[in-house]
Write a new protein. Structure first.
Length: 310
């Protein structure tokens, strides 16, 4: 199989771009469940980890140096995606919950210490796509500083859609149904927004990334040629917005893709990869927008690993 970089001989043999920080975390034994998601609060130097399991704390908080700080558990059932929002006045942590119990099928906002501030969706009830705020296994959320938010829903449920909400949680636009066509999804799994107004969605089981206009919701393009071996599980930009970091769970790999400038989306160009150990199963990632470090939540290895840019 020809890889994208075969067409760019100058990139052949390019040096690796990241190295594993073997000292993070200081004490790995704090990971006691399956680590599904990670979010960085780069303003305060905190790393939030969502994990699943019986009788394990669902949210662990570490310092960026790797010291365990505290954990919390209330009202979190099965975390899938996690996101930290910093505004001028406060910080909060958003979690998508795919549980089937009384807290599941919701998108929730917490204080940094774990106090529930806001719950979107109908707890415990999987929804149909007819009602905007009725989720079915919501996979991930991205919140802008304005409070506008983007939700990909769901992680294998009835809904296959991308939803934009206002800062008071009203629908601005909604796109997507189950399918393989333009703007359709099969497990929209991760979402992020770039500085030029584009929304990037990891359309996992269609093995592609789709891109939308954040104002109108219109489809702008899609990338597929990098994902013949395995679909994209995550989408996150590097701190300089030059690259996208994409986890590919089944082949235990991080793909580093060139971010296109304003204008044409084109197809993807794989600039570099980080090969993880067998059975690591990288699920979702996040990037420290100050240091550029990449944190990888690995459900196979049951840990979060930190990669530092070289």
């Amino acid at each position: 199989v020809l890889k994208a970089f075969d067409y760019f001989p100058s990139w052949k043999g390019q040096q690796q771009m990241y190295k594993l920080d073997i000292g993070w975390p200081k004490i790995p034994e704090y990971f006691t469940g399956q680590t599904f998601c990670v979010a960085v609060d780069s303003l305060h130097g905190l790393v939030y980890v969502g994990q699943r399991g019986d009788n394990v704390p669902k949210v662990l908080v570490f310092s960026e140096e790797g010291y365990f700080l505290y954990s919390w558990n209330d009202t979190v059932e099965m975390p899938h995606g996690i996101f930290v929002l910093n505004t001028a006045t406060y910080s909060s942590v958003w979690i998508t919950d795919v549980g089937t119990g009384k807290y599941g099928h919701t998108v929730k906002q917490y204080s940094p210490l774990g106090k529930l501030l806001q719950m979107l969706g109908t707890p415990g009830n999987a929804g149909s796509s007819l009602i905007p705020l009725q989720f079915d296994q919501p996979a991930e959320i991205f919140v802008e500083e304005s409070g506008e938010m983007y939700v990909v829903d769901g992680d294998g449920g009835m809904n296959n859609r991308l939803l934009k909400l206002s800062d008071d949680y009203k629908e601005i636009w909604l796109t997507g149904t189950n399918g393989t066509g333009i703007g359709q999804f099969k497990i929209p799994h991760s979402v992020t927004v770039d500085p030029v107004g584009r929304v990037w969605v990891a359309d996992r089981d269609n093995k592609r990334i789709q891109v939308f206009d954040k104002v109108t919701g219109e489809w702008l393009g899609s990338w597929s040629k990098c994902f013949s071996e395995d679909g994209p599980y995550s989408v996150r930009f590097t701190a300089d917005y030059k690259y996208l970091i994409v986890a590919q769970l089944n082949i235990n790999r991080l793909a580093i893709l060139a971010a296109p400038p304003v204008g044409s989306i084109g197809d993807c160009v794989m600039v570099n990869t980080v090969q993880l150990a067998d059975e690591t199963k990288p699920h979702l990632v996040d990037v420290d927008m100050k240091s550029g470090a990449v944190y990888v939540a690995e459900i196979g290895a049951q840990q979060v690993q930190k990669y530092i840019p070289l």
